[in-house]
Design a protein around this ligand. Structure first.
Ligand code: DC
Length: 223
Protein backbone atom coordinates (compact mmCIF):
# COMPACT_ATOMS: atom_id res chain seq x y z
CA UNK A 1 0.00 0.00 0.00
CA UNK A 2 1.46 3.38 -0.98
CA UNK A 3 1.99 5.77 1.90
CA UNK A 4 0.43 9.21 1.74
CA UNK A 5 3.12 11.90 1.82
CA UNK A 6 1.67 13.39 5.01
CA UNK A 7 1.44 10.04 6.80
CA UNK A 8 3.56 9.72 9.92
CA UNK A 9 4.25 7.35 12.77
CA UNK A 10 5.33 8.13 16.32
CA UNK A 11 7.21 5.12 17.72
CA UNK A 12 7.49 4.84 21.50
CA UNK A 13 9.50 1.93 22.90
CA UNK A 14 10.76 1.05 26.33
CA UNK A 15 10.61 -1.48 29.16
CA UNK A 16 7.69 -2.23 31.48
CA UNK A 17 7.01 0.66 33.84
CA UNK A 18 8.81 3.29 31.79
CA UNK A 19 5.54 5.20 31.49
CA UNK A 20 5.14 4.59 27.78
CA UNK A 21 1.48 3.46 27.81
CA UNK A 22 0.17 6.46 29.72
CA UNK A 23 2.33 8.85 27.72
CA UNK A 24 1.49 7.27 24.35
CA UNK A 25 -2.24 7.52 25.03
CA UNK A 26 -1.92 11.20 25.96
CA UNK A 27 0.21 12.03 22.91
CA UNK A 28 -2.32 10.29 20.65
CA UNK A 29 -5.19 12.16 22.27
CA UNK A 30 -3.50 15.56 22.11
CA UNK A 31 -2.52 15.17 18.46
CA UNK A 32 -5.63 13.30 17.33
CA UNK A 33 -3.64 10.21 16.28
CA UNK A 34 -4.57 6.56 16.30
CA UNK A 35 -3.18 4.80 19.41
CA UNK A 36 -1.82 1.29 18.97
CA UNK A 37 -0.78 -0.70 22.04
CA UNK A 38 1.22 -3.54 20.48
CA UNK A 39 1.75 -5.22 23.86
CA UNK A 40 -2.03 -5.67 24.07
CA UNK A 41 -1.89 -7.67 20.84
CA UNK A 42 0.71 -10.10 22.27
CA UNK A 43 -1.31 -10.29 25.47
CA UNK A 44 -4.59 -11.10 23.67
CA UNK A 45 -2.94 -13.82 21.61
CA UNK A 46 -1.42 -15.31 24.77
CA UNK A 47 -4.85 -15.37 26.40
CA UNK A 48 -6.21 -17.36 23.49
CA UNK A 49 -3.29 -19.82 23.66
CA UNK A 50 -3.78 -20.33 27.40
CA UNK A 51 -7.53 -20.79 27.01
CA UNK A 52 -6.93 -23.44 24.36
CA UNK A 53 -4.46 -25.19 26.63
CA UNK A 54 -1.68 -24.89 24.04
CA UNK A 55 1.82 -25.85 25.07
CA UNK A 56 3.54 -22.46 25.23
CA UNK A 57 6.79 -24.10 24.12
CA UNK A 58 5.17 -25.22 20.83
CA UNK A 59 6.32 -22.50 18.42
CA UNK A 60 4.58 -23.95 15.36
CA UNK A 61 1.18 -24.11 17.04
CA UNK A 62 1.62 -20.60 18.43
CA UNK A 63 2.54 -19.24 14.99
CA UNK A 64 -0.52 -20.98 13.46
CA UNK A 65 -2.66 -19.47 16.18
CA UNK A 66 -1.30 -15.98 15.44
CA UNK A 67 -2.21 -16.35 11.77
CA UNK A 68 -5.77 -17.44 12.55
CA UNK A 69 -6.50 -14.88 15.28
CA UNK A 70 -7.98 -11.45 14.96
CA UNK A 71 -7.06 -8.81 17.51
CA UNK A 72 -8.70 -5.40 17.11
CA UNK A 73 -7.81 -2.32 19.10
CA UNK A 74 -10.75 0.04 19.40
CA UNK A 75 -10.14 3.57 20.66
CA UNK A 76 -13.45 4.34 22.39
CA UNK A 77 -14.23 7.30 24.67
CA UNK A 78 -10.62 7.83 25.69
CA UNK A 79 -10.00 4.17 26.56
CA UNK A 80 -8.65 1.32 24.51
CA UNK A 81 -10.78 -1.76 24.01
CA UNK A 82 -8.97 -4.94 23.03
CA UNK A 83 -11.10 -7.36 21.03
CA UNK A 84 -9.96 -10.96 20.66
CA UNK A 85 -11.88 -12.51 17.76
CA UNK A 86 -14.57 -9.96 18.58
CA UNK A 87 -14.67 -10.54 22.37
CA UNK A 88 -13.74 -7.67 24.70
CA UNK A 89 -10.77 -9.01 26.71
CA UNK A 90 -9.40 -5.64 27.87
CA UNK A 91 -9.44 -6.61 31.57
CA UNK A 92 -8.53 -10.27 31.18
CA UNK A 93 -5.18 -9.56 29.51
CA UNK A 94 -3.76 -7.56 32.43
CA UNK A 95 -3.57 -10.23 35.14
CA UNK A 96 -0.13 -11.08 36.63
CA UNK A 97 -0.42 -14.70 35.41
CA UNK A 98 -1.09 -13.64 31.83
CA UNK A 99 1.65 -10.99 32.04
CA UNK A 100 4.06 -13.76 32.97
CA UNK A 101 2.94 -16.05 30.14
CA UNK A 102 3.33 -13.47 27.33
CA UNK A 103 7.09 -13.93 27.13
CA UNK A 104 6.69 -17.48 25.81
CA UNK A 105 4.50 -16.24 22.97
CA UNK A 106 6.40 -13.00 22.23
CA UNK A 107 9.67 -14.85 21.58
CA UNK A 108 8.29 -17.01 18.74
CA UNK A 109 9.48 -15.86 15.30
CA UNK A 110 6.29 -16.90 13.48
CA UNK A 111 4.19 -15.01 16.02
CA UNK A 112 6.30 -11.87 15.77
CA UNK A 113 6.27 -11.79 11.97
CA UNK A 114 2.47 -12.05 11.97
CA UNK A 115 2.09 -9.38 14.66
CA UNK A 116 4.49 -7.04 12.86
CA UNK A 117 2.52 -7.52 9.63
CA UNK A 118 -0.76 -6.67 11.39
CA UNK A 119 0.78 -3.70 13.22
CA UNK A 120 2.08 -2.25 9.95
CA UNK A 121 -1.33 -2.72 8.33
CA UNK A 122 -3.06 -0.86 11.17
CA UNK A 123 -0.34 1.80 11.37
CA UNK A 124 -0.54 2.85 7.76
CA UNK A 125 -4.29 3.44 7.90
CA UNK A 126 -3.85 6.71 9.78
CA UNK A 127 -1.24 8.82 11.49
CA UNK A 128 -0.52 6.81 14.60
CA UNK A 129 1.34 6.41 17.87
CA UNK A 130 2.58 2.85 18.31
CA UNK A 131 4.03 1.72 21.60
CA UNK A 132 5.96 -1.45 22.26
CA UNK A 133 9.45 -2.88 22.32
CA UNK A 134 10.44 -3.10 18.65
CA UNK A 135 8.47 -0.32 16.96
CA UNK A 136 11.42 1.93 16.09
CA UNK A 137 13.72 -0.98 15.25
CA UNK A 138 11.48 -3.48 13.41
CA UNK A 139 7.84 -2.49 12.91
CA UNK A 140 8.41 1.06 11.61
CA UNK A 141 12.16 1.61 11.31
CA UNK A 142 11.40 4.64 9.13
CA UNK A 143 8.98 6.21 11.66
CA UNK A 144 9.19 10.00 11.52
CA UNK A 145 9.47 10.30 15.32
CA UNK A 146 11.09 7.75 17.59
CA UNK A 147 11.37 7.79 21.36
CA UNK A 148 12.84 5.34 23.85
CA UNK A 149 11.59 5.75 27.41
CA UNK A 150 13.36 4.23 30.39
CA UNK A 151 13.58 4.68 34.17
CA UNK A 152 15.46 3.14 37.09
CA UNK A 153 14.24 -0.35 37.82
CA UNK A 154 13.33 0.60 41.42
CA UNK A 155 11.11 3.42 40.17
CA UNK A 156 9.50 1.22 37.52
CA UNK A 157 8.75 -1.40 40.16
CA UNK A 158 7.28 1.26 42.44
CA UNK A 159 4.94 2.45 39.64
CA UNK A 160 3.84 -1.11 38.83
CA UNK A 161 3.25 -1.84 42.53
CA UNK A 162 1.11 1.30 42.86
CA UNK A 163 -0.99 0.24 39.85
CA UNK A 164 -1.56 -3.21 41.37
CA UNK A 165 -2.52 -1.78 44.76
CA UNK A 166 -4.88 0.68 43.10
CA UNK A 167 -6.59 -2.16 41.27
CA UNK A 168 -7.01 -4.03 44.59
CA UNK A 169 -4.45 -6.72 43.82
CA UNK A 170 -2.13 -8.20 46.43
CA UNK A 171 1.39 -7.02 45.75
CA UNK A 172 4.74 -7.12 47.47
CA UNK A 173 7.18 -4.47 46.27
CA UNK A 174 10.24 -6.77 46.31
CA UNK A 175 8.35 -9.43 44.32
CA UNK A 176 7.13 -6.83 41.83
CA UNK A 177 10.71 -5.58 41.38
CA UNK A 178 11.93 -9.10 40.74
CA UNK A 179 9.15 -9.62 38.14
CA UNK A 180 10.08 -6.37 36.41
CA UNK A 181 13.73 -7.47 36.28
CA UNK A 182 12.76 -10.84 34.82
CA UNK A 183 10.63 -9.13 32.19
CA UNK A 184 13.50 -6.81 31.27
CA UNK A 185 15.73 -9.80 30.84
CA UNK A 186 13.32 -11.73 28.61
CA UNK A 187 12.49 -8.59 26.58
CA UNK A 188 16.15 -7.67 26.03
CA UNK A 189 17.61 -11.12 25.49
CA UNK A 190 15.03 -12.42 23.03
CA UNK A 191 16.69 -13.15 19.70
CA UNK A 192 13.91 -11.49 17.65
CA UNK A 193 12.32 -8.09 18.21
CA UNK A 194 14.36 -7.56 21.35
CA UNK A 195 13.85 -4.42 23.39
CA UNK A 196 16.52 -2.02 22.17
CA UNK A 197 16.80 1.69 21.55
CA UNK A 198 16.87 2.47 17.82
CA UNK A 199 20.04 4.42 16.99
CA UNK A 200 17.97 7.40 15.88
CA UNK A 201 15.45 7.37 18.78
CA UNK A 202 15.35 10.15 21.36
CA UNK A 203 16.18 8.68 24.78
CA UNK A 204 14.10 9.98 27.71
CA UNK A 205 14.86 8.96 31.28
CA UNK A 206 11.47 9.27 33.04
CA UNK A 207 12.73 8.39 36.56
CA UNK A 208 12.33 11.91 37.92
CA UNK A 209 9.79 13.25 35.44
CA UNK A 210 6.02 13.51 35.81
CA UNK A 211 3.79 12.15 33.06
CA UNK A 212 3.05 15.72 31.93
CA UNK A 213 6.74 16.52 31.73
CA UNK A 214 7.40 13.48 29.55
CA UNK A 215 4.45 14.37 27.30
CA UNK A 216 5.69 17.95 26.95
CA UNK A 217 9.17 16.76 26.11
CA UNK A 218 7.89 14.45 23.37
CA UNK A 219 5.57 17.13 21.97
CA UNK A 220 8.49 19.55 21.77
CA UNK A 221 10.09 17.23 19.20
CA UNK A 222 6.90 16.64 17.23
CA UNK A 223 5.79 20.25 16.87
O1 DC B 1 3.82 -3.45 26.99
P1 DC B 1 3.21 -4.67 27.68
O2 DC B 1 3.73 -4.89 29.07
O3 DC B 1 1.73 -4.71 27.63
O4 DC B 1 3.74 -5.90 26.80
C1 DC B 1 3.35 -7.21 27.09
C2 DC B 1 4.40 -8.19 26.62
O5 DC B 1 4.49 -8.23 25.20
C3 DC B 1 5.81 -7.96 27.13
O6 DC B 1 6.25 -9.16 27.73
C4 DC B 1 6.65 -7.68 25.93
C5 DC B 1 5.82 -8.12 24.77
N1 DC B 1 5.88 -7.17 23.66
C6 DC B 1 6.71 -7.46 22.62
O7 DC B 1 7.42 -8.47 22.65
N2 DC B 1 6.76 -6.63 21.54
C7 DC B 1 6.00 -5.52 21.50
N3 DC B 1 6.06 -4.72 20.44
C8 DC B 1 5.15 -5.20 22.60
C9 DC B 1 5.13 -6.05 23.67
Amino acid sequence: MAKRPDHFIVAIDGPAGSGKSTVSKLIAKKLGLLYIDTGAMYRALTLKAVRQGLNLEDSDRLADLARSTRVDLVNAAGTLKVLLDGEDVSGLIRTPELTNDVKFVARVGGVRSEMVKQQRAIGIRANAVLEGRDIGTVVFPDARYKFYLDADVAERARRRHKELVESNRQADLAAVKSDVEKRDESDMKRSLGALKKADDAVFIDTTDLSIDEVVEKILSYIK
